[in-house]
Design a protein around this ligand. Structure first.
Ligand code: IMP
Ligand code: MG
Length: 184
C-alpha cells in the first residue's frame, strides 16, 4: 500500500491492475450484448467517475451519456430519504438504458432509481455496478453486470468516498473501521 494511505486504510482490496483488467472485461461483455443498439449510459454521480472513465474508453459502441444525481438525507430518526440532485437531460423513452453505479449495497438507491427510469419507458433497462456487497441487501435488486463481489467492509477509492474523501485513490481499499466509527 502507498505509505501516505497507511494511516487511513486497513488494506488494498482491489489493486489498480486488477481493476483495469476486470473493467476491460466488463466493457467487452457490454460491447457484445449491445452490438448494434444505440445505448444511453446513465451513471450516478459522483462515485462512478473513475470506473466510468475506464469503462467508456473500452466500449466500442455508439452511445450517449447522461448523469443522474442522487443524494440521501438522514435526520437520525426516519430512514434516509433519496432526492434527485441532477435530472436526466436526454430522452430515455424507447432507448436501451444502462444504469451505472459504483457499488450495490442495501439496494435502496438502485431500486429507487430503477423505478424512476422505468416510468420513462425505456426499450430496455439494465444495471452495471463495479462492486456488489450482497451481505447488506435490503431490497430485492440484482445488477446485470458486476465487476467484483466483495465482503461486508467499507471501501473507498477508485471513485468511492467516505465523507467525500478518498475518491482519487487509483485502487479500492478498506477504510480502517475506527475512522468511520469515530464519525458515527
Ligand atoms: P445502497 O443504496 O445501500 O445500495 O447504497 C449505494 C450507495 O451507498 C453507493 O452509491 C455508495 O455511494 C454508498 N456506499 C455503500 N457502500 C459503500 C462503501 O463501502 N463505500 C463507499 N460508499 C458506499
Ligand atoms: Mg454513491
Amino acid at each position: 500500500m502507498p505509505p501516505q494511505w497507511r494511516a487511513d486504510l486497513q488494506e488494498v482490496l482491489i489493486p489498480a491492475p486488477q481493476l483495469r483488467r476486470r473493467v476491460a472485461e466488463m466493457a467487452r461483455a457490454l460491447t457484445r450484448d449491445y452490438a448494434g443498439g444505440d445505448l444511453l449510459v446513465v451513471p450516478l454521480l459522483t462515485g462512478t467517475i473513475l470506473f466510468l472513465a475506464d469503462l467508456l474508453r473500452c466500449l466500442a459502441l455508439p452511445l450517449r451519456l447522461d448523469f443522474l444525481g442522487v443524494s440521501s438525507y438522514r435526520d437520525g430518526t426516519r430512514p434516509r430519504e433519496l432526492i434527485l440532485t441532477k435530472e436526466l437531460r436526454l430522452d430515455a423513452r424507447d432507448r436501451h438504458v444502462l444504469l451505472v453505479d459504483d457499488i450495490l449495497d442495501t439496494g435502496r438507491t438502485l431500486a429507487w432509481v430503477l423505478a424512476r427510469l422505468q416510468r420513462l419507458q425505456p426499450r430496455s433497462l439494465r444495471t452495471c455496478v463495479l462492486l456488489d456487497k450482497p451481505a447488506r441487501r435490503l431490497e430485492p435488486v440484482q445488477a446485470d453486470y458486476v465487476g467484483f463481489t466483495i465482503p461486508d467492509v467499507f471501501v473507498v477509492g477508485y471513485g468511492l468516498d467516505f465523507a467525500e474523501r478518498y475518491r482519487n485513490l487509483p485502487f479500492v481499499g478498506v477504510l480502517r473501521p475506527e475512522l468511520y466509527a469515530a464519525a458515527g
